[in-house]
Write a protein that binds this ligand. Structure first.
Ligand SMILES: CC/C=C\CC/C=C/CC(=O)SCCNC(=O)CCNC(=O)[C@H](O)C(C)(C)COP(=O)(O)OP(=O)(O)OC[C@H]1O[C@@H](n2cnc3c(N)ncnc32)[C@H](O)[C@@H]1OP(=O)(O)O
Length: 263
């Protein structure tokens, strides 16, 4: 993968006081430890500055995020893998459990961890095109953690979530709209951001504390479940990484990605 030039995330505040968090790890925003750390710091910044809302997007013209960086899981250094996983848990807890308003302007593909980040926001607008979104872990021979599943069940009906998770279903933009995985489609990134802002403006007349507490209460179940089981969840992840069959599946998947990229 190409070397990184420039910061891994850009955090700006626009004229309406809305934070725009842009992931910037070319070519596909795969979530490695360093990118996750930077996203986590930006989320802390948004919370600390009491910014009322945040839009998550990507600097790539065609990929929101390719999900977890597979190289963090393939034959890893186990100490780094542990930090990688706990950092991912932290990012999810901060984003899913945030008190400020969150929306995702999904300007391209959003598989696996990319889908997770967008589902952790309260509203999703996806740019029209040949892009797909979904949790495809089983296709890689791996199992999405319970909190990934919880996040999907919080977004679409549980029957649809079970079917999508077991079949590694990647939804087109139209299919995602139909099932409620995204809330709106957009013609381009600027339109997606405008639509996210329109969603955010719906709260202008709602007292912010009442809104925030309501959001946190409705999201409490999945959050508490992970907070109570963090160590076990990390141990499970490390256990998966030590499994030769999983390493073999990851190796085959990496090869198929490289072959596709070389064509
Ligand atoms: C053992 C673990 C147990 C539990 C954990 C479970 C949790 C897992 C969650 C995850 O997120 S797993 C990751 C799943 N992600 C994917 O399956 C996405 C794979 N990528 C793609 O499908 C495509 O790259 C794309 C649709 C996102 C973009 O397509 P395109 O624009 O055509 O780019 P390329 O495919 O040519 O890729 C360019 C470059 O990037 C490399 N790459 C792509 N995705 C990843 C990734 N997730 N991690 C690391 N590297 C990735 C790809 O190999 C190419 O590399 P080159 O060196 O050949 O340029």
């Amino acid at each position: 993968m190409a070397a990184q030039a420039g910061p891994l995330v850009d955090l700006s505040i626009d004229n309406d006081g809305i934070a725009i968090l842009t992931m910037n790890r070319p070519p596909v925003n795969s979530l490695n430890l360093e990118l996750l750390e930077e996203i986590g710091k930006s989320l802390d910044e948004v919370a600390k500055n009491k910014t009322k809302s945040m839009i998550l997007t990507s600097s790539s013209p065609s990929v929101f995020s390719a999900g977890l960086d597979i190289m963090e899981m393939y034959k890893p250094d186990l100490k780094r893998a542990e930090i990688f996983w706990t950092t991912l848990q932290d990012v999810w807890i901060k984003l899913f459990g945030s008190s400020y308003i969150t929306a995702a302007a999904i300007n391209g593909h959003a598989p696996a961890g990319g889908c997770l980040l967008s589902m952790s926001c309260e509203y999703r607008v996806m740019v029209e095109g040949k892009y797909t979104i979904g949790l495809n872990e089983t296709a890689l021979g791996i199992v999405a953690p319970t909190w990934f599943m919880d996040t999907m069940c919080h977004t679409i009906p549980i029957r649809q979530a079970e079917y999508a998770l077991t079949t590694a279903r990647m939804f087109t933009v139209d299919e995602a709209l139909q099932v409620g995985l995204i809330d709106e489609s957009a013609s381009d990134k600027a339109d997606a951001i405008d639509k996210c802002k329109k969603f955010i403006r719906k709260f202008d007349k709602i007292p912010s504390l009442a809104r925030a507490v309501t959001k946190q209460k409705i999201r409490e179940g999945p959050l508490v479940r992970l907070q109570k089981n963090r160590q076990q969840d990390t141990a499970e992840f490390l256990g998966f990484l030590k499994n030769p069959k999983i390493q073999q599946s990851l190796e085959m998947y990496i090869q198929s990605l490289k072959q596709k990229a070389a064509k």
